[in-house]
Ligand binder design. Structure first.
Ligand code: TMP
Length: 318
């Protein structure tokens, strides 16, 4: 006669924790938290024993019956997920195969580069911040109707993502002049545009990611016209969502770079990362830079800026 419903489940290092409301329905009941160290040995079953005044009740709950309310797991590779061989090492991340052909594990590094790898360095703690920030922003975007590759965060630096075939385009959205825009067109940084701009570059390190337009992308067969239209639609939507989000955190979203991928069925989803490495983020009032430009331009206070932007994101998401 255990009236049970599991309301919360979190995972820590292969330890599963479930909280059960026990007692009369609507009466609040007793909340019991149970930790299971090894799901596989215990047959993925949580055994709850509640000792009442007169009796001892036991409830056996299978994992599938647990209501999962934590969107982001905090640590531990799920038992069934195996990290296999490294497929790729980029400038800021490593990508690993898993035993599931449709899923990959991404590992974020503290390595930083700029100017197509000419400048190299380390930003201590960056991998942790970029992993967590990217995951939280992608989860937020999903809620607003933008599909992403994000599946599950497994620890501070590692995340399970959907395997996609990357569309070799870097998609850059700008709200304010800065960086290469200011340089190319001979204008100062900080000019607020009446409407956002979008540009594409060909994701190709050997060529230095050259700028290109729709027609070039079609000629090079990098994407179809339909895919480009979908990508543009999502990129502007992401800009509206993130601009509002960052504003509520006291931050101006100046510009950012996105990458998209194709799922096996051809669906376009947001991939790669959204982080201070790939965005320009300025304090609304002081215009202080809270992003990778501090590293690119040797401004100092790099780690502090990453910590500050992370702190603001967390305070805003609460
Ligand atoms: P840009 O002004 O140098 O073209 O950069 C525009 C935005 O794109 C900025 O937020 C930084 C980001 N970005 C990347 O994420 N990767 C890159 O390789 C470059 C050049 C820029």
């Amino acid at each position: 006669n255990v009236n049970s419903s599991v309301t919360d489940k979190a995972q820590f290092n292969n330890t599963y924790e479930a909280t059960m409301n026990y007692g009369a329905e609507g009466a609040g009941g007793i909340v019991v938290t149970k930790t299971l160290n090894d799901r596989s040995e215990a047959n993925n079953t949580f055994l709850f024993t509640i000792t009442g005044e007169n009796e001892e009740d036991t409830a056996k709950l299978h994992e599938e019956d647990l209501e999962f309310t934590h969107g982001i797991l905090t640590s531990g590779v799920p038992n069934e997920m195996e990290k296999l061989q490294q497929l790729y090492e980029g400038k800021a991340k490593k990508v690993f195969a898993t035993n599931d052909p449709e899923k990959l594990i991404v590992e974020y590094k503290d390595d930083a580069t700029a100017f197509n790898g000419l400048k190299k360095g380390t930003i201590k703690g960056k991998g942790v911040i970029n992993n967590q920030m990217s995951n939280r922003l992608m989860a937020y975007l999903e809620k607003q109707g933008v599909p992403t590759h994000f599946i599950e965060e497994i620890n501070e630096r590692e995340t399970i993502v959907k395997k996609v075939s990357i569309v070799p385009l870097e998609v850059i959205v700008r709200n304010i002049s800065a960086g290469s825009f200011a340089k190319h067109y001979g204008v100062e940084e900080g000019i607020v545009f009446d409407q956002p701009t979008i540009e594409f570059s060909y994701k190709n390190d050997e060529l230095g990611d050259p700028l290109l337009n729709h027609y070039h992308a079609l000629a090079l067969k990098l994407a179809t016209m339909e895919e480009i239209e979908t990508i543009e639609k999502y990129a502007f939507k992401i800009n509206e969502v993130l601009k509002a989000f960052w504003l509520s955190a006291g931050v101006t979203l100046v510009d950012f770079k996105l990458e998209f991928g194709r799922l096996p069925d051809g669906t376009i989803v947001l991939a790669d990362e959204i982080s201070p490495d790939t965005s320009r983020l300025w304090d609304v009032k002081t215009h202080e830079k809270l992003d990778k430009d501090r590293f690119r331009r040797d401004m100092g206070g790099v780690e502090e800026a990453y910590a500050e932007i992370m702190k603001r994101m967390e305070a805003t998401l609460k």
